[in-house]
Design a protein around this ligand. Structure first.
Ligand SMILES: *Cc1c(COP(=O)(O)O)cnc(C)c1O
Length: 465
């Protein structure tokens, strides 16, 4: 590196102007969140063309880089952290989680080992304990902190694959899959897309899955559950991405536990129901499963990049994800890479720790329950306007439609273009539907009322009739 460049970067670190500027842009963004378009308008989207440039030859100016991002990047964002973004199940961000993220971003810790970040290792251990306690899982349960539930599902199913084959006298790490005994995989039609992706990645072709029916809410149809045995991996779900419905975990786990089958629960956003006294009945039997996947970045409102895999069989997950290398230095503390596929990784447990510590059990309960209350409010308001409610609002999801498909689609378009709120479309039983997810701490009664006004205009507008 040329002396000049190094000196320039030292100067940037020392004089702090860059960081002060970033802070002031961030403050403007925070203060403007309620007024900004929930989805960028045409002008803002056009502004993104400013990033179409070839890689510069020469070193530039750090402030200019930041300014470009603010000027054309900020307007190109989704108002994810505001109160009226109801698309997907994305969740906002609790302020303390953003605050600690700023500080820990400056630390830039490699979270793979205790030796590469003692603080991350410590906070992973703390979060592991807290989550086991909060969800009331078996004491020996271990956690891995990954990018999201997709990755958490992958880790859990890799652990299941390892253990079920081991039980049949086969070591998949050594012997591979080609001549392995068959694992029977039982899944219902409404398991999440990420589960299907994971199964394909792990070498279980989708045609080899024993698909069973789902009921009208998207739950595993209990009558469809076949006779299980010790070669079975059963995929259950806590929180259907459309309806928010929960599989009967107690029923599934009891059947599986009798024969030594493995039950994995995909609870990306729904597992948090277990942390709310009034909603905990939805996850009854959760502690009887073998592995769980859940996101911090959805219902708990941590920033992105926060998925958690939980497994009651520490040896299975550690062996399935084992890494060996002469330079890896394991410790007697929690070495995060033992329970994740990654080696180098962001120290993401820091924000999770901060969010849980700040909210406490009561705060988590209140936040999760409030999503449900707001979802109820939304559902009732929409029905009054004349929309058809398609799901039992048991958690935070509201699924609606109108009397015809074209109208439903044009309403989605109307609402999305309003800039006041954002909802997505989906299909349910083969029909176009509107899908609303309430999962930001910022969403209050007024946000719902304002959103209902837009839904009302959309419903009565000529173009949508
Ligand atoms: C969001 C979601 C996933 C995927 O989680 P990511 O964090 O996006 O990887 C899996 N299952 C369900 C039920 C989900 O809602």
């Amino acid at each position: 590196m040329k002396r000049k460049l190094k000196a320039k970067m030292h100067e940037e670190l020392q004089n702090k102007q860059l960081f002060e500027k970033a802070k002031s842009f961030a403050y403007d963004y925070i203060d403007g969140i309620e007024e900004m378009n929930v989805f960028p308008d045409e002008t803002a989207l056009k502004g993104l063309d400013n990033f179409d440039e070839s890689l510069p030859n020469e070193t530039g100016n750090a402030l200019h880089v930041l300014e470009q991002l603010n000027e054309f990047g900020s307007p190109g964002t989704i108002a994810q952290t505001g109160g009226r973004y109801f698309g997907f199940v994305d969740g906002g961000a609790v302020p303390v989680s953003l605050g600690v993220k700023w500080l820990s971003d400056v630390w830039d810790q490699c979270g793979g080992l205790y030796m590469t970040s003692p603080i991350n290792s410590k906070l992973e251990s703390v979060c592991e304990q807290w989550l086991v306690d909060l969800f009331n899982l078996p004491k020996q349960t271990v956690a891995g902190f990954v990018s999201g539930t997709s990755m958490a599902n992958l880790c859990a199913l890799a652990a299941a694959r390892y253990q079920l084959l081991k039980n049949m006298g086969w070591d998949v790490n050594e012997q591979g899959l080609n001549a392995a005994p068959k694992i029977r995989i039982i899944a219902h039609k409404q398991v999440h897309a990420s589960i299907k992706k994971t199964l394909a990645l792990l070498g279980f072709g989708l045609q080899s899955i024993e698909w069973i029916p789902s009921d009208d809410q998207g739950r595993l149809l209990k009558a469809g559950l076949p006779e299980l045995d010790k070669t079975c991996l059963v995929l259950a779900q806590a929180g259907n991405a459309n309806t928010g419905a929960f599989d009967d975990l107690e029923f599934v786990c009891k059947r599986a536990n009798k024969v030594g089958a493995w039950v994995h629960v995909d609870g990306a956003f729904g597992l948090w129901a277990a942390a709310s006294q009034k909603l905990a009945n939805l996850t009854k039997g959760i502690e009887l499963a073998d592995s769980w996947a859940v996101d911090g970045h959805k219902t708990l409102n941590t920033p992105y990049d926060s998925g958690i895999v939980l497994c009651r069989h520490p040896k299975s997950i550690r062996t399935a994800l084992a890494a060996n290398g002469e330079y890896i230095i394991y410790s007697d503390k929690k070495d995060p890479l033992m329970t994740t596929p990654e080696m180098s990784k962001r120290s993401r447990a820091i924000e999770l720790w901060a969010t849980m510590k700040y909210l406490g059990k009561e705060g988590i309960d209140e936040m999760v329950y409030t999503f449900h209350a707001r979802a109820k409010q939304m559902a009732e308001g929409l029905q009054k306007i004349g929309y058809t409610l398609l799901n039992d609002v048991v958690f935070n999801q509201v699924l609606i439609s109108t009397d015809n498909e074209a109208r439903t689609k044009s309403i989605i378009d109307f609402v999305q273009k309003s800039g006041k709120l954002w909802v997505g479309g989906s299909t349910w039983n083969g029909k176009a539907v509107i899908r609303i997810s309430i999962c930001s701490w910022m969403t209050d009664e007024n946000d719902i009322n304002e959103s209902l006004k837009v839904f009302e205009s959309a419903f009565t507008s000529k173009t949508s009739n």
